[in-house]
Design a protein around this ligand. Structure first.
Ligand code: S3P
Length: 166
């Protein structure tokens, strides 16, 4: 089985994904880390030097490689499900779980973690909140196509494992 964790920046996909993979005895893969490793650059450098569209192409290419694997939990970058036909590919090949958080919870989590994220690093705090509200309302069209939606504030591993057994 391939499990895709879906959600906005700061929703805890990597933290939860690592725990879930440990619990299931699955491998764990973080799409941002994988792309950064391939380019030998961090995500900010990739956006700055190559541009967002090259990053989105890499996400799509990586997704096509990931679906050839088995028994892996994948933490997807916040924009990955929202480009091209990525969300359809995810749902045809794996089980998607959306870690849902409100704009104000995301704001609390992201206001101290802007630096590493090119889309928000230059925003003031008030701009950040407005950005989250606007972007999340666009992106939920995709996120809500996930097979399961769970409360991202404190995801319960037993609940997640239970969902996967059904
Ligand atoms: C992005 C989210 C980031 C990373 C890139 C773009 C987005 O991943 O892929 O900065 O478009 O929301 P995280 O969701 O892991 O922060």
């Amino acid at each position: 089985m391939i499990i895709f964790l879906i959600g906005f920046m700061g929703s805890g996909k990597s933290t939860t994904g690592k725990k879930l993979a440990g619990r299931l005895g699955y491998a764990f893969l973080d799409t941002d880390r994988q792309i950064a490793r391939e380019f030998g650059m961090n995500i900010n450098e990739i956006f700055d030097r190559l541009g967002e569209s090259r990053f989105r192409e890499s996400e799509a290419r990586l997704l096509k490689e990931i679906i050839l694997r088995r028994n892996v939990v994948v933490s997807t970058g916040g924009g990955l499900p929202c480009h091209g036909d990525n969300m359809d590919i995810i749902n045809r090949n794996g089980v998607s779980i959306y870690l849902k958080l409100s704009p104000s919870d995301l704001y609390q989590r992201l206001s101290g973690g802007k630096r590493k994220r090119p889309l928000i690093r230059d925003l003031s705090d008030s701009e950040l909140l407005r950005y989250i509200e606007r972007k999340l309302s666009e992106r939920e069209f995709y996120y809500l196509q996930s097979r399961f939606t769970v409360d991202g504030r404190n995801p319960n591993l037993d609940e997640l494992v239970g969902l996967l057994r059904d």
